[in-house]
Design a protein around this ligand. Structure first.
Ligand code: UGA
Length: 435
């Protein structure tokens, strides 16, 4: 099929590259001229394992094209995906200015039937507004369909998630739209959930909010575990083996971050409020997520007492491993809070340091974990990158001024760390840390 993707951010670029890999001819468009000219040279603006190779192969095979012209994209395709950003406004509501602009632009350039698909995460009833906008601006009596096809890929494993989804959600109002999308996704051989547009839109917000709820739930449990000296990892394991609960997204830590969960929980709270529905549960999810960072900061204070002039070494900046994304990363809030109390911060992250340099001041970026440890009063684990899991702890113990480790992601075995001579604390494991 001939497909165009409007908005070449995370979701747009991965979707475009993967659909090209499935044999379609894909035109990706974006109004960021610099990004498009880099993409034409196969320079990828984000770090995502496997994406660069996929883009290179498909550009070479002439299945993947980049342009800044919406007109060109609309002309060249029978299916148009809208994948522009939907950032949060101050009140938590999703800002749909980008979606409206694109809808208008598509309408002005339509020359024949097109299926217009919402791929961005949008509030329920956005499809209705997209349809209304296109109908308002369309020049001739041209037929078109609207569909909702939310994406569930995760950063860091985006290609695998796209190619092997648990399900594909298709919200449609016509047989023609349904047949086009069912045939587009046939090669993925995944279960299809074919429904109406509003239900499809809700599935995305409900799924992300539910996953965020699972994380906040286990984070709240981790606080209880610390009070009574229980181990949250054991509790999560015992819960997760119940098939009705499931073991994924029960890893406690320093709270969820990224460009999706914080924004989508806010948007869903806003939607519920507008509709007059009580969804205080989600407000609590958000609150617990905030508290978890404070909980972590209090652990550091419990260990170091005075933060002023202490050298604090940090491993990990990205909101999760295998990405350079630091949007809403807990690391940024934690570093700023420590700096506000006068700490000297040293950091290492395998991928995210370039992006962090634009956000953080008065921070020393180090070449590896050992440089971070040299002379530091304590070491914090913020992101669970694989390379932090197996370090030379004998070396680390010698380099640290004091052998203190606070592990915000529970990547180490507490018993092993104590045997190695560290004063070690994870999250929700084995009681409150005391010197
Ligand atoms: C999330 C969803 O998982 C995807 O399905 C969805 O498509 C995407 O948002 C989106 O809406 O675009 P993503 O934000 O890439 O994907 O990352 P996740 O792997 O879900 O992690 C989100 C945050 O939750 C991270 O900060 C992670 O550290 C945290 N997390 C995750 C936990 O603290 N504990 C867990 O058990 C799992």
């Amino acid at each position: 099929m001939n497909i165009s993707i409007i908005g070449t951010g995370y979701v747009g670029l991965v979707t475009g590259a993967c659909l090209a890999e499935l044999g379609n001819t894909v035109t990706c468009t974006d109004n960021n001229h610099e990004k498009i000219s880099e993409l034409k040279r196969c320079v990828i603006p984000i770090y995502e394992p496997g994406l660069e190779e996929l883009v290179k192969i498909n550009v070479k095979k002439k299945r993947l094209f980049f342009t800044t012209s919406v007109k060109e994209a609309v002309n060249n395709s029978e299916v148009i995906f809208i994948a522009v950003g939907t950032p949060s406004l101050d009140n938590g509501e999703a800002d749909l200015t980008g979606v409206e602009n694109v809808a208008r632009n598509i309408a002005l350039n339509l020359t024949g039937y097109r299926l217009i698909v919402e791929k961005s995460t949008v509030p329920v009833e956005t499809g209705k507004w997209v349809k209304h906008t296109i109908s308002t601006y369309i020049k001739h009596n041209i037929k078109f369909d609207i569909a909702s096809n939310p994406e569930f890929l995760r950063e860091g494993q985006a290609i695998n998630d796209f190619m092997h989804p648990d399900r594909i959600v298709i919200g449609v109002e016509s047989k023609r739209a349904r047949d086009i999308l069912a045939s587009l996704y046939k090669p993925l051989n995944a279960p299809l959930v074919i429904t109406d547009i509003k239900s499809a839109e809700l599935i995305k917000h409900a799924s992300n909010s539910y996953l965020a709820t699972k994380i906040s739930f286990i984070n709240a449990i981790s606080q209880i575990c610390e009070k009574v000296g229980a181990d949250v990892v054991e509790v999560a394991k015992g819960m997760g083996l119940d098939k009705r609960i499931g073991s994924s997204f029960l890893n406690t830590g320093i709270g969820y971050g990224g460009s999706c969960f914080p924004k989508d929980v806010d948007a869903f709270i806003n939607i519920a409020e507008k509709l007059g529905c009580n969804f205080d549960l989600l407000k609590a999810v958000k609150e617990i997520n905030q508290q978890q960072k404070i909980f972590f900061l209090n652990k550091i204070k419990g260990l170091l007492w005075i933060i002023k002039d202490k050298a604090i070494g940090i491993l990990g900046l990205s909101f999760k491993p295998n990405t350079d994304d630091i949007r809403n990363a807990p690391s940024i809030d934690i570093i700023r809070a420590l700096q506000s109390e006068g700490a000297k911060i040293k950091i290492y992250d395998p991928c995210a340091m370039e992006k962090a340099k634009e956000l953080l001041n008065r921070v020393r970026f180090c070449k590896d974990p050992y440089e971070v440890c040299r002379g530091s009063d304590c070491l914090l684990i913020i992101t669970e990158w694989d390379e932090f899991k197996e370090l030379d702890f004998f070396k680390i113990k010698k380099l640290l001024k004091r052998p203190f480790i606070i592990d915000g992601r529970n990547i180490y075995d507490p018993e092993r760390m104590r045997k190695l001579g560290f004063t070690y604390a994870g999250i929700g494991r084995g009681g409150v840390l005391k010197r």
